[in-house]
Ligand binder design. Sequence first.
Ligand SMILES: [Zn+2]
Length: 173
Amino acid sequence: MFTFVRSPGRQHQATLDRVHAAADTATRIVEQQMRGRVGPVDLAVASSSGMWDLVADAHRPMFGRQDPRVWQHDLHAYGTTTITATGVLVVINAQACRGRQDEIDKTLLHELTHALQFNRSGARPLIESSIANNYGIAPMTEREVAAANRQVDADERDAARMERHHRQLAQSI
Ligand SMILES: [Zn+2]
């Protein structure tokens, strides 16, 4: 189910260990709550800047050479989820979550909810258009931006709601 991509530095080993321990249970909780499948996920633990490098690396085969600075305005994000050429990438920001097990668990639940959303049939074209728009490759119309923003808002509401299950997650590990 999970492919762990690239190991973070030793200072983030505790976060990596927690993510390893919690990923399967977090997936079960998300799938029960959302009545869907998370699907295959590339899972990574990285520093703040490493997180956006991984995102840019994942996008490069799909969109051409890309610049992580497009995303780096959000260095404090606890995690992020994006599509890759073959599936979905989830990155946990170990620098932001460091020493905060609750935040690691909440972030895992949040981002795996996005993985499920992005793996839904029909979800990818809108995400691809949004990414191409952000890179300046293919600008979206105002109408398309509004539709994409509505989807992002709905997805974020569900992902934020999922964080409430972090105690259940901690008790089940
Ligand atoms: Zn989110």
